[in-house]
Design a protein around this ligand. Structure first.
Ligand code: ATP
Ligand code: MG
Length: 264
């Protein structure tokens, strides 16, 4: 079986967030009783004012941090602190590439950690790199890439283990609008192709509405869930989607909810 045929039919996991609060040492409360049920395979965006607690929630879902109270279940299984969350991948705002490694060798990193044999590692990494459209750049080093290309490498590195849950924390925020829209479209295609569950944190209302099936809007810190908005746009979204009346109406609705949360 080809690599593509073998790995193109993953399925997502469900994520259940129940009454999650987080208080950091020194009394900073970042999350206040947040509950969200995310069905397997859903694409959810999270929006909220700067500093409200979005990254905190993502880190808790990833198992990089612990909730103070409340629980996270993945496919119904209660997640305990320190559990290894195989099947979960995280993409940060900065690409975090290793400068001394080529594109190919950067994408191989997660497989090295899993102990995947060399030949197999190479096949899977090549496939992930092709999926993000970087096949021509496999021998380049991070310093020889544009910001958009670096982010593609970061995405390929997240996808190489075929995650069932992909968490993205403002991944394209530092890129120009054109590159960002281009990457949005690629991410959407990858999501449709893989069936993984995606949780995407962004400050861009347009990006959230374009990408997701659902938008969760958080309040100022401590983050509470203010609104949970379904986005009934067709799965196949193109540049025209951005002028669809449904798109415009939902963007307006999200804007209304967020407006009350920003300091004047
Ligand atoms: N490790 C930590 N220790 C103490 N406080 C923290 C820690 N991490 C985050 N915080 C605080 O928790 C609050 C929420 O931070 P968080 O990074 O989750 O916000 P955010 O919504 O992701 O913000 P942004 O939109 O700017 O990325 C902030 O007040 C932040 O200073
Ligand atoms: Mg953040």
């Amino acid at each position: 079986m080809s690599v593509a045929a073998e790995i193109s039919h993953g399925t997502g996991v469900s994520v259940s967030i129940t009454s999650v609060s987080k208080v950091y040492d020194g009394d900073v409360q970042a999350l206040q009783s947040v509950s969200l049920d995310i069905p397997a395979g859903q694409f959810l965006s999270i929006l909220g004012p700067s500093g409200c607690g979005k990254s905190t929630l993502l880190r808790i879902i990833a198992g990089l941090d612990e909730p103070s109270t409340g629980e996270i279940r993945i496919d119904g299984v209660l997640q305990r602190p320190g559990d290894r969350r195989t099947g979960t991948a995280f993409v940060f705002q900065d690409a975090h590439l290793l400068p001394w490694r080529t594109v190919l060798r950067n994408v191989e990193v997660p497989l090295e950690l899993l102990g995947t044999p060399r030949q197999r590692r190479r096949e899977l990494a090549m496939h992930a790199i092709e999926e993000v459209g970087l096949a021509d750049a496999i021998r380049r080093y991070p310093a020889q890439l544009s910001g958009g290309m670096r982010m593609r490498v970061s995405l390929a590195r997240a996808l190489v283990t075929r995650p069932k849950l992909l968490l993205l924390d403002e991944p394209f925020a530092a890129l120009d609008e054109f590159t960002r829209q281009n990457l949005d479209e690629q991410l959407l295609a990858l999501w449709q192709h893989t069936g993984m569950t995606v949780i995407f944190v962004t400050h861009s209302i347009a990006e959230a509405v374009f990408l997701s099936q659902r938008a969760a809007v958080f309040s100022r810190r401590p983050a509470r869930l203010l609104d949970d908005i379904a986005i009934p746009l067709p799965a196949n979204r193109t540049i025209e989607t951005r002028s669809d009346p449904v798109f415009v109406e939902i963007a307006r609705q999200v804007q209304q909810v967020m407006k009350g949360q920003v300091d004047e």
